[in-house]
Design a protein around this ligand. Structure first.
Ligand SMILES: [Zn+2]
Length: 85
């Protein structure tokens, strides 16, 4: 296997969506090819980030926006009051 064949398969490799034989060949190639190894490491990091964000719902993201949403609601209540509703 050469780099051109290995690199498109790396993401499949990480997803385990690849047959055992191809997997072996990719591993063998990556062990002696630095550029494919780095590609695999980079992809592995991305996959880990993606998996992490799907496992943990964006709690921080919600907390970040809650105060603003509450402020908006308070503002709306206030303006509703002043308009006599
Ligand atoms: Zn390579």
């Amino acid at each position: 296997m050469n780099c051109r064949k290995v690199q498109p398969l790396l993401s499949l490799f990480l997803d385990n969506e690849i047959d055992e034989c191809t997997r072996e060949r990719i591993l063998r190639h990556v062990k002696r090819c630095l550029s494919c190894k780095q590609e695999l490491v980079t992809l592995a990091k991305v996959v880990r980030i993606v998996q992490k964000s799907t496992v943990e719902p964006q709690r921080d993201y919600c907390d970040l926006f809650k105060p603003a949403a509450m402020r908006r609601k308070a503002l709306r209540d206030k303006s509703a009051e002043s308009s006599g509703m």
